[in-house]
Design a protein around this ligand. Structure first.
Ligand SMILES: [Zn+2]
Length: 395
């Protein structure tokens, strides 16, 4: 009898000890979660419960020098996202089919997105409002109020396609400037994103109205360029003609500057490209071979297309400056334009002991007037133009 009682006593003690040990362990664990991991877990929960949807700001408009002609603008479009877990099971196929219908999407791919176990999926980006209105009507008619979000967004648009393409540049898929003015002035043009922060339950559904916070987007600033649209269009027209007529395979550039202010009135390169499709091939030659090119070759071709040669390439002005030399000589009265045989080209001229050749040294120009020398672009004549009391030996 005594033995049995002792045994029982020991068993009770053992059980008590185990219960006590478990209690200590659990307390320690609670303490660990509360005090050690607490902050981290709280952040995780907040991220899971609040679903931020960005509101994209409207990017600033780019005007020409008159301040009236729009060279780049942002049109209002809309982006459709979904919270898949919040779309009722029996509606999933229906919703996917309607998305595919309205936005010309592949049904299977869309259905996969709708059936995903994630909190947010993008269906289409930047579509016209008449499409999203169609979707709104359908949702209303089918009484689907949860899980589909339609948010305002903006899309960059260039009304004159290729006009001043190298100057203006273009934007990427997230409206960030990638080239030209769009890149250089990106921080002024882009504005600041706004936000809708919503407290959501575990499935991504909204928890009443409480906790919804709306931060409006700040619109980007507008820009007025010194480029005049009419001057730019004229310059581009004649540059293209000149390049084609003279078979300039490397293209050409023209810059028009107001000499009094330094303002650039027009800046053109040929060939140009369509700002609304900057990643597409821009010349017939490229279009023909485009599909056969590797990704690397395509990128190289694009870089070449986008290059603003008027400011990025160095070019030795050379004979262009003969005009300045000639003008100065006429103004100073040391030369007249049409005095026949006033100058002689012997194929070269010596300056400071160095002989500089005429480009046609092998068959010198001989006797010429200043006008003829300019037409012939004859080096020795222009090097030899000088005040009468200074001598340069003509060879
Ligand atoms: Zn010559």
């Amino acid at each position: 009898m005594l033995e049995v009682a002792l045994k029982r006593n020991r068993r009770i003690k053992k059980s008590l000890f185990i219960v006590f040990a478990l209690f200590v362990l659990l307390t320690a664990r609670i303490g660990f979660i509360q005090f050690v991991q607490g902050e981290e877990l709280q952040t995780k929960a907040y991220v899971q419960q609040t679903m931020d949807r960005n509101i994209n700001p409207k990017r600033g408009t780019i005007f020409d020098a008159t301040g009236k002609v729009v060279l780049a603008m942002s049109a209002t479009v809309e982006t459709v996202t979904i919270n898949p877990t919040n779309i009722a099971k029996e509606n999933k196929e229906k919703v996917a089919r309607e998305f595919a219908n309205i936005f010309n999407l592949d049904y299977e791919t869309t259905l996969k997105k709708v059936e995903k176990r994630s909190s947010i999926e993008t269906i289409v980006k930047r579509v016209d409002k008449d499409k999203t209105n169609q979707l709104r009507e359908w949702l209303e008619k089918n009484e689907i109020t949860n899980g589909v979000n339609i948010d305002e967004d903006t899309k960059r648009y260039y009304p004159y396609n290729s006009l001043a393409s190298h100057v203006i540049g273009f934007c990427g898929t997230d409206n960030q400037g990638l080239d030209g003015i769009e890149l250089t002035y990106d921080s002024d043009l882009k504005g600041e994103k706004g936000k809708i922060a919503k407290i959501a339950d575990g499935k991504g559904g909204g928890l009443l109205d409480e906790g919804e916070e709306y931060t409006p987007a700040i619109q980007g600033k507008d820009l007025v360029l010194s480029i005049n649209m009419s001057a730019q269009a004229i310059v581009e027209k004649y540059l293209k003609e000149a390049c084609i007529d003279n078979k300039c395979t490397d293209g050409g550039s023209i810059l028009v500057m107001n000499p009094k202010t330094g303002d650039i009135i027009a800046m053109a390169n040929y060939p140009d490209y369509n700002l609304n499709e900057p990643f597409e091939p821009n010349t017939d030659e490229l279009k023909q071979v485009w599909e056969t090119l590797s990704t690397g070759e395509k990128n190289t071709a694009r870089q070449k297309t986008w290059r603003n040669k008027a400011i990025a390439d160095s070019y030795e002005p050379g004979s262009v400056f003969k005009l300045l030399t000639a003008s100065a000589a006429i103004e100073e009265g040391i030369a007249t334009t049409d005095k026949e045989g006033a100058y002689n080209c012997g194929g070269g001229i010596e300056v400071g002991g160095v002989r500089i050749r005429c480009w046609r040294y092998y068959r010198p120009h001989g006797m010429q007037s200043l006008r003829q020398a300019l037409m012939n672009s004859c080096n020795p004549v222009f090097i030899g133009l000088r005040p009468k009391d200074r001598k340069t030996k003509v060879l």
